[in-house]
Design a protein around this ligand. Structure first.
Ligand code: HEC
Ligand code: HEC
Length: 287
């Protein structure tokens, strides 16, 4: 396309493209567009120089401004910690009941407890602390080891059958496996336990009552009301740690159970453990 072609009507140069006699005008880009384009190019180059931009083999160009999101994040965390330092110090000094009685500390404890629970506890106790087979529901007012603030605090600190000298420890014997009871007695005592849980007044007539009174009341209490000193569940309230079916109850009596809950005293700081106790107590704690 050597010589320029001029459109007769507008007097403008054309590109030389021709579609059935229609010619395309060669209009320059609008000025504003061109300048915006140059500006983005300049911006990009300036950004590469100032900010972290190009990946290298084992590193990246860091940029003259030294910006780093990780540094920014640790600054923010440090700022948040400093903001909370006062509350943390006051929580550390306060007793559990003092924390509960102070609206500011209580709010701080519930927030801290909730997030620590989500990280450390929910894998066993469930996201809403509603538990599962072998893992107690912490929302109801049925407690193996007691639902008072101090009791919950002790449970969380030292765990249950955990690797700590002060852990809560008490094991239900494997009555069937260790042949303390004969299979028939296991069966009868299971029927008795199930009748207790129905609380329909029929339990007293069952043959399982005698072995229960002989072997079980030391832990589970008279009439199966449970004993939180020993972590022995109440067998009358229809709330089951395991299951309330006949085979499941027979299995517990035959093999024992001994669920384990880790001790947290060496894994979490004391303030977090206190916050957890206050939080768990708020879910379904007793007086
Ligand atoms: C590895 C699983 C596991 C984890 C993690 C765990 N627990 Fe437990 N927890 C258990 C088991 C199992 C029991 C019941 C033990 C038993 O049979 O006596 C229990 C019992 C409890 C109890 C006593 C309930 C009662 O009725 O007396 C409390 C309170 C409790 N857990 C709180 C927590 C808190 C708070 C955390 C997180 C810091 C936590 N648990 C983490 C397994 C776990
Ligand atoms: C040394 C104390 C002790 C004795 C004795 C004992 N238990 Fe238990 N029992 C426990 C503990 C502690 C648990 C809690 C479960 C665990 O170990 O994780 C339990 C749990 C149970 C459960 C499961 C309850 C649930 O909610 O799922 C049943 C059922 C039960 N025991 C029945 C019996 C019967 C029947 C006897 C007598 C033949 C008996 N226990 C004797 C301590 C005892």
């Amino acid at each position: 396309m050597s010589d320029k072609q001029i459109d007769e009507v507008s007097g403008m140069e054309t590109t030389g493209h021709d579609w059935d006699g229609i010619r395309e005008l060669n209009l320059p880009m609008p000025r504003w567009w061109v300048w915006t384009y140059y500006a983005t190019v300049v911006w990009a180059v300036a950004y590469w120089i100032a900010m972290p931009a190009w990946p290298l083999l084992s590193d990246y160009t860091r940029g003259l401004l030294g910006h780093s999101q990780r540094a920014q994040l640790s600054d923010q965390i440090a700022a948040a910690k400093a903001g909370h330092a006062g509350l943390i110090a006051r929580t550390a000094k306060a007793s559990l009941t003092e924390i509960q009685a102070n609206p500011e500390l209580l709010e701080f404890a519930l927030a801290g407890g909730r997030s620590a629970f989500a990280v450390n506890c929910s894998q066993c106790h469930g996201t809403g602390a509603s538990g599962g087979k072998g893992y107690p529901n912490l929302n109801d007012d049925d407690w193996l080891w007691g639902g008072k603030l101090e009791q919950i605090h002790t449970t969380i600190q030292y765990g249950i059958r955990a690797d700590h000298d002060e852990t809560r420890a008490n094991e239900m014997p494997a009555f069937g496996r260790d042949e303390i009871l004969k299979p028939r007695q296991v069966d009868e005592v299971a029927d008795y336990v199930l009748a207790l849980s129905r609380d329909d007044g029929l339990a007293d007539r069952l043959p399982g009552k005698a072995p229960f009174n002989e072997y079980c009341v030391d832990c589970h209490g008279a009439g199966g009301k449970g004993n939180s000193e020993l972590g022995a569940p109440n067998l009358r309230n229809g709330i089951w740690l395991y299951e309330g079916s006949k085979p499941a109850v027979v299995d517990v009596i035959t093999n024992g159970r001994s669920g384990k809950m880790p001790a947290w005293v060496n894994r979490l700081d004391p303030v977090t453990v206190k916050q957890l106790a206050v939080y768990v107590h708020s879910l379904g704690g007793g007086a």
